[in-house]
Design a protein around this ligand. Structure first.
Ligand code: CDP
Length: 220
């Protein structure tokens, strides 16, 4: 069984996808983490996030490894021997990843890897183009939404749990900007896939959403 979960930042996709995978005994892939890892490497190498050709060269020679961790830790990402799982969540990466992810050739490289992983067995994947591009054949497609105010609040809480202080208004502006870039880019923009079930999670807790999705899947 393949499950595609798409939606904007902070809609709850990754936590929900991870819990759903655990309940159903499936693997889970966080596709956004891969774009974040590429952004981290590009910034470290001092590359311009607008230089598509240089970015493509870098991605082709990158030593990125994804480990399907247990359900509490989710995916672990390594650059060579270095565990970058936490580093890629930093606000500096969040604010720049959408500039990198707009490039067609970069997306083709990253998403072909994701497609291969999808083809290798049952999985829950979350991202922006899973139902449209990476796994258009998925049996289940969900599109999670929530108001930008609620999404900013959730992200602030997540960052604070990691000891990072952030201003709510600034975070809301950053998320809105990222939504805009992701939704308006030319190459595989964030849109609801044909046949996807849309769920507004603004007033729903994580457990409620997971329960709802499991209910739909199991009663089928
Ligand atoms: O966790 P959060 O919702 O903040 O974002 P993410 O899933 O880690 O994705 C980070 C960024 O990567 C997104 O804002 C998109 O620009 C890009 N992305 C994408 O283009 N396609 C995907 N399948 C997943 C992420």
């Amino acid at each position: 069984m393949n499950i595609a979960i798409d939606g904007p930042a902070g809609a709850g996709k990754s936590t929900i996808a991870r819990l759903l995978a655990k309940e159903l005994g499936l693997r889970y892939l966080d596709t956004g983490a891969m774009y974040r890892a590429v952004t981290l490497e590009a910034l470290r190498k001092g590359l311009s996030l607008d230089d598509e050709e240089e970015l493509v060269k870098m991605v082709t020679s990158m030593d990125l490894e994804i480990v399907f961790g247990d359900e509490s830790e989710g995916n672990l990402l390594f650059l060579g021997d270095e565990n970058i799982t936490e580093l890629i969540r930093q606000p500096e990466i969040s604010s720049q990843v959408s500039t990198l992810s707009k490039h067609k050739k970069v997306r083709d490289l990253v998403s072909s890897l994701q497609k291969e992983i999808g083809k290798s067995g049952s999985i829950v994947m979350d991202g922006r183009d899973i139902g449209t591009v990476v796994m258009p054949y998925a049996e289940w497609k969900f599109f999670l939404e929530a108001s930008v105010q609620e999404r900013a609040k959730r992200r602030k809480k997540q960052l604070e749990e990691k000891g990072l202080k952030v201003d709510l208004a600034e975070l809301e502006a950053q998320i809105s900007e990222r939504d805009f870039l992701d939704k308006t880019r030319k190459n595989s923009p964030l849109i609801k896939a044909d046949g996807a079930i849309e769920i507004d999670t603004t007033s729903l807790g994580i457990e409620e959403v997971v329960h709802k999705l499991l209910g739909l899947i199991r009663e089928d």
